[in-house]
Design a protein around this ligand. Sequence first.
Ligand SMILES: Cc1ncc(COP(=O)(O)O)c(C=O)c1O
Length: 566
Amino acid sequence: MVCTDTFIYSIHFRFHHYGYVPNSQDTKEPPPRVALHAGESSAGSSVQASVVSETGGSFFKNSWTFSAGRSRLAWGKMAENEALTQHRKVLTLDTMNANVKKVEYAVRGPIVQRAVQLEKELREGVKKPFDEVIKANIGDAHAMGQQPITFFRQVLALCSYPDLLDDNKFPDDAKDRARRILKACGGSSIGSYSASQGIDCIRHDVARYIERRDGGISCDPDNIYLTTGASDGIVTILKLLTAGEGRTRTGVMISIPQYPLYSAALAELGAVQINYYLNEEKCWSLDITELQRSLQAAREHCNPRVLCIINPGNPTGQVQSRECIEDVIRFAAKEHLFLMADEVYQDNVYAEGCAFHSFKKVLFELGPEFSNIVELASFHSTSKCYMGECGLRGGYMEVINMDPEVKAQLTKLVSVRLCPPVPGQALMALVTNPPQPEEPSHAQFIKERTATLNDLAQKAKLTEDILNTVPGIRCNPVQGAMYSFPRITLPERAVKEAKENGQEPDMFYCMKLLEETGICLVPGSGFGQKDGTYHFRMTILPPADKLKILLHKVKEFHQRFIQQYS
Ligand SMILES: Cc1ncc(COP(=O)(O)O)c(C=O)c1O
């Protein structure tokens, strides 16, 4: 018994006659809970006991006596303390994992919470200066109206409900794929667990896809791990890499601006975040001199062991040149760094003269001097590209040159979580092994994929063009991925007012934009940016007509904002 009063009381109870009749013969019934209510009166001290059985057993009691260790027991206080004891939470802000409290994820931060609230208010008929909230805060393509690829959904429908295999509405190639996937599932059901590393034949599909993508460079299915989206793979590899204490703690180099999964995962794992800045003046390119600077500075206080690259970039939308990737690989080899290549946007390349080069391909083309030693994990996902199937949580990672003993640890680690979602794995099988030219679904598949990617390319250009007509907004070309990250010049007075409100200036700007126009963007501060610069991130995902409305509203708002604060 715990007392929060200044005295610690000892109380001794004696049951004169106490019995309990369980509700069944089940001797495993949990023990009853006993609640004590203590009181003090001129007649003496008393205790009432109430006894509660979880499963409905009944109690009887005849009489109770007790003696107290102190004569002047504050029984009222005791009762209060008892109640407090019963309700004291094990898990509080003070006792929880401190690393979790450091985690931030701007993409679903306060602006988005306010946007959801505004949508509710609009539904309830509250008058606003806008009729709808347009969300361009998150790279969730289907939520913004992008249509799924028919073939993928046909196969997934067949896998989910195999009776449809008898339905002649479904093309034969979709049925063949579904049969193949189901055959590889326990009990021929996608509802069964799979191998933790992922279904064997799907890992083979992924390996063949990588070989085709990389011009024939071989890929061992044993190096493929299917994951719950790319996020899961990224966090898993970071977990393996995080070790040491103080100055020996693992440091992880991430680009600034960055996708906040990285900073969040590092905070949670207690790894050291090492920032390297992308060069905004050169279309968010990556300078080796900047990598060198940030590495040297970090070596003063931690043990830098990992270099993360996102290509094509989120939130900055750049596509790295082949030369840049070569330089990064040479740098990683020289500085003894583990490379993590986040390539979830590998099909999202729009700008003329830009092409996607995988780190794996460039690594092997640099020759055995590099390909035999550089440790690389690369990541892909079903959430992006032309698929946009974020909710199905499909992904894979390929590990190269990983120490076999560590690889065994990795396999053990992923097995703890049993397996990635099997529907997501099935989808990855289709992404990496889509309909072939001789198959009935090929033409429609190509038509849909091309339409989606062309639409995204047009919206990327539209976004850049319209934003660059606004004085005070400067937008780099959206070469790839799904975002623009324009720089906004904010008047001194706005910066001052924001700071007086305890807000980052671009948060202040985005919040006002939301309240006045219903447009939901994410402030640049959520991704990191050079001190004294301000940005916002917007996706290019809304349908073209909505995107135009959104961009024009941003334009009008920005002009009003500048006038108001100049
Ligand atoms: C660069 C990057 N990496 C990883 C992810 C995570 O994607 P998922 O876990 O849905 O595959 C995202 C999502 O937006 C991303 O932009």
